[in-house]
Design a protein around this ligand. Structure first.
Ligand SMILES: Cc1cc2nc3c(=O)[nH]c(=O)nc-3n(C[C@H](O)[C@H](O)[C@H](O)COP(=O)(O)OP(=O)(O)OC[C@H]3O[C@@H](n4cnc5c(N)ncnc54)[C@H](O)[C@@H]3O)c2cc1C
Ligand code: SF4
Length: 479
């Protein structure tokens, strides 16, 4: 496994990126790949742990030490086979996953030294696409069963691919004009170019998945019709209800949910529609310090905003892993600076917005510093006001939209209900996966949910009847 003792002489090489000053001038991906010789060295650093923690850190259970070794030995074709056993879309996670595997790597006990697992994953899959090793794998025979998957984000795509490969006839309904979910319309091109999504969609179509775009289930097609026409239904509709900001001035023009801005930016970059919202020349305030907020900041830079400020309610986390709160191998709750802030802009922690003001259109934001921890008591004398022409609310998502769940009669329950059979809902034959089931989360979890939901559906179909279903959908809040 790897090269004995290599981790003692070879240091970690971080993921290379295009220089911030250069990349803000376009929408091309900013993450690059290490040269082959360095990738092999990084693979060699994997040190044959007695108990590897990395693949427990990975929600998909990727068999990381195995493919680290294969890359070290330059056996990329075997590496992609190995990787595809657990991950349908490594090119999504290799670009976008926060890599909890690396936080759990034994070398990370010495902070900042983990094997560059995510880079190696990306190198394997990008090489496989280049070499033409990734081709359609249609099933040899069909089962005669039909399944409707609602939603084409990573969870819906993973469920559809797994179920189709098992021989079931899968129809995937998507209300947007094309597939990918948040990967397509939330995440900008400079994090993942859309050709990366399109080639996977083509693979699924070539394998036999039927895509029906521009069809909102519950609006363009009755929920009841779906239940009648298919043997099972998978709800992979995401967690799309945004958290609002109930402060004076919220109703002013120029105050928008982040996703309204990002949908527009993605359509604009794709050349499919001119957006209603623009950050060009504006003082932009992004409220919320997560991935969505970062993507708004970076998009505003590329549009030529006059200034970009990101504010976060919570206090600043510690610079290093807090061993008392999140000891290794847990995901460390420590300070991270997003790629977007490396490109410019300002960030403040422990800020509570107290109001927005202007004549019809927002002109200023008013805030106060807080204690940084709940209940976020205001610090007297820290009131401040700033110019604001565009305010983007990126404060997370509360859960799935309710209309379709209500039309289907799906009940909601607490996620802590350990008795809930995985992925089945309270309605016979209706299953749920991804952010719709677990709340706002990550791509790696969405793929994992899609895969496991597919297994649950297949087992249920094979058994010929539903288990005693308990609702597993709609747990509002974050994952
Ligand atoms: C801006 C942004 C950036 C992010 N960046 C990252 C990142 O860098 N790394 C990471 O790991 N995670 C990131 N995430 C989170 C990640 O994108 C999600 O966790 C993931 O996409 C969830 O996948 P999903 O398939 O469950 O849902 P979604 O991706 O939300 O897909 C749901 C799909 O269902 C469709 N749909 C909903 N209702 C219906 C209906 N009634 N009929 C038909 N179709 C319907 C929607 O149009 C959508 O296409 C980000 C999220 C956002 C918002
Ligand atoms: S999917 Fe994420 S956690 Fe899993 S190996 Fe890849 S980068 Fe690591």
């Amino acid at each position: 496994m790897g090269e004995l003792g290599a981790f003692l002489k070879i240091t970690r090489a971080d993921t290379p990126e295009r220089a911030p000053g250069e990349r803000v001038g376009d929408h091309r991906e900013f993450v690059k790949l290490l040269p082959l010789v360095e990738l092999k060295e990084q693979g060699a650093r994997c040190m044959e742990c007695g108990v590897p923690f990395c693949h427990h850190g990975c929600p998909l259970g990727n068999l990381i030490p195995d493919w680290n070794d294969l890359v070290y030995r330059e056996r990329f074709e075997e590496a992609i086979e190995q990787l595809h056993r657990t991950n349908n879309f490594p090119e999504f996670t290799g670009r976008l996953c926060p890599a909890p595997c690396e936080a759990a790597c034994v070398l990370e006990i010495d902070e900042g030294n983990a094997v560059t697992i995510k880079q190696i994953e990306l190198a394997i899959v990008d090489r496989a696409w280049e070499e033409g090793w990734i081709v359609a794998q249609p099933p040899r025979e069909r089962t005669g069963r039909s399944i409707a998957v609602v939603g084409s984000g990573p969870s819906g795509l993973a469920a559809a691919q797994q179920l189709n490969r098992l021989g079931h006839a899968v129809t995937l309904f998507e209300r947007d004009e094309t597939g990918g979910g948040l990967l397509r319309f939330g995440v900008p091109d400079f994090k993942i170019e859309k050709t990366v999504i399109e080639r996977r969609l083509r693979q699924l179509a070539d394998e036999g998945v039927e895509f029906r775009y521009g069809v909102e289930v519950g609006v363009d097609i009755e929920a009841a019709e779906l239940l009648e026409s298919y043997d099972a239904v998978v709800l992979a509709t995401g967690s799309r209800v945004p958290r609002d900001l109930p402060v004076p001035g919220r109703e002013l023009d120029g105050v928008h949910f982040a996703m309204d801005y990002l949908y527009g930016r993605n359509r604009d970059v794709a050349g499919s529609a001119k957006p209603a919202l623009t950050a060009a020349g504006k003082h932009v305030i992004v409220i919320g310090g997560g991935d969505t907020g970062a993507d708004c900041v970076a998009s505003a830079h590329r549009e030529g905003a006059a200034s970009v400020t990101q504010i976060e309610l919570l206090g600043e986390p510690p610079a290093h892993r807090p061993d008392d709160l999140t000891p290794w191998p847990l995901w460390p709750m420590k300070l991270r600076t997003s790629y977007a802030l490396k490109e410019g802009g300002e960030r403040s922690f422990a800020v509570s917005t107290t109001g927005l003001s202007g004549e019809g259109h927002v002109e200023r934001i008013h805030w106060v510093q807080n204690s940084g921890v709940p209940p976020f008591d205001a610090v007297p004398g820290t009131e401040e006001t700033r110019p604001a022409d565009l305010v983007l609310l990126a404060m997370g998502f509360l859960g799935p939209e309710q209309q379709l769940l209500e039309a289907l009669g799906v009940e909601r329950d607490a996620r802590s209900n350990a008795a809930a059979p995985a992925f089945a809902t309270s309605v016979r034959g209706v299953f749920a996966a991804g952010d719709a089931r677990r709340g706002q989360s990550l791509i790696v979890w969405a793929i994992d949910e899609g895969r496991r939901c597919a297994s649950a559906v297949d087992a249920w179909l094979s058994a010929g009847d539903a288990p005693d279903a308990v609702a597993a959908v709609g747990a509002a809040g974050s994952a």
